[in-house]
Design a protein. Sequence first.
Length: 135
Amino acid sequence: MTSQSEITLPPFRRGFHLITHLIVKQLPQLPPSGLLHLFMKHTSAGLTLNENADPTVRYDFDNVMNHLVPESAHYEHDDEGADDMPAHIKSTLVGVSLSIPITNGRLNLGIWQGIYLCEFRSRATSRQIVCTILS
């Protein structure tokens, strides 16, 4: 059986943000076992799983991404400002989807894992995530 819904996240500032609680809160009741697939409908943000306890991890991720893909480089595509093309590149590097197993009606994440919204725009808008539950 498959169900699908769409979650709208509020705007977040640029950076890496734990959103596990926002996702779980908006999901329907999960089946005993299955798979949750999350797909972000944007090209300037991403989704990833990582450390859910120490906020310095999210700070370091942001610093590394800004070092790898600097806004100071020359990009042809800059219609929406200096962070436009770097945001697209970062989104491609991180990815826009996740698959998470469902076990005993809950997301089967590791003890230190959390879902991150990777926001790469300085002036971001709300973000939409398609949630597909396979059981």
